[in-house]
Design a protein around this ligand. Structure first.
Ligand code: FE
Length: 256
């Protein structure tokens, strides 16, 4: 069962947390459905593990064949490896992904399947209509992918952050929004130290994020953050050393 993150006046956001929660060898991940009136879009629909379950679970809220847009934060397997099947399911949905990956994602598909259906998002980001609402593709490069976007929904004031804000929890625990950051940091820290590229990037992001009214930060792995946890997360991530900040000679030694 998905959780309803928002539902008001014909605009709703759903989060699926437990579609490929097999424990152990697969990282828990979230998929998202945005419905505005009679228009539907998905964000980070996942890989082949999630496809059938997401398709079925979604039918209660929106007919999957009628989706008009597929948003991908970046090009990793848990984000978009199911693209071939979504291209078939939806006759004409466009896939929005960084221009850096525009010519890479066709590798997930059978020849010709993506022709004319990939929209490369420029580095500066863009605004994309979803029914009468819009999603803002926000630059989030190097967090962690080189060409990376987050999706901000001004109607629900939800920021879908992709890998930023990810926590390592079970599909069930991912359903429970975190309202205070302190106890949550241990579930996020190791991931961010290794998967985020540098503190400079995190500081630039924090500056941008503070300019937006954000009610909820919803990552692609783990639990959403809301209430006080939103600003606490921005402050925490802003000061976190990570990625190249922590790399040294010892990390580039030829294995014995
Ligand atoms: Fe990734």
């Amino acid at each position: 069962m998905p959780i309803e993150l928002y539902n008001r006046q014909g605009h709703s956001c759903f989060m699926f947390t437990d579609l490929c929660d097999e424990g152990g060898d697969v990282v828990q991940s979230n998929q998202f459905l945005i419905v505005d009136g009679d228009t539907g879009a998905i964000i980070d629909p996942g890989g082949n593990l999630a496809y059938s379950e997401l398709y079925l679970a979604m039918t209660r809220f929106f007919p999957p064949q009628q989706l008009t847009a597929i948003f991908a934060s970046h090009a990793d397997p848990d984000i978009i490896a199911s693209l071939d099947r979504w291209m078939t399911t939806t006759a004409s949905a466009k896939v929005y992904i960084s221009r850096l990956w525009e010519r890479f994602v066709p590798h997930f598909c059978k020849p010709g399947k993506t022709t004319g259906r990939v929209v490369g998002i420029p580095d500066a980001g863009m605004r994309i209509a979803v029914g009468h609402s819009e999603l803002v593709a926000l630059p989030a490069h190097f967090m962690h992918s080189e060409g990376n976007f987050q999706f901000y929904d001004p109607t629900s004031r939800i920021l879908f952050t992709g890998d930023l804000g990810a926590s390592i929890v079970s599909g069930n625990d991912a359903k429970l929004p975190v309202t205070s950051l302190a106890g949550h940091v241990p579930r996020m820290e190791a991931f961010h130290r290794r998967y985020m590229v540098s503190n400079k990037i995190l500081r630039l992001w924090a500056q941008m994020a503070r300019r937006l009214p954000i009610d909820m930060i919803v990552p692609q792995h783990g639990a959403p953050m809301k209430g006080a946890a939103v600003q606490e997360f921005i402050a925490w991530i802003e000061q976190l050393p990570c990625g190249v900040d922590l790399m040294a000679e010892r990390d580039y030694a030829v294995p014995a």
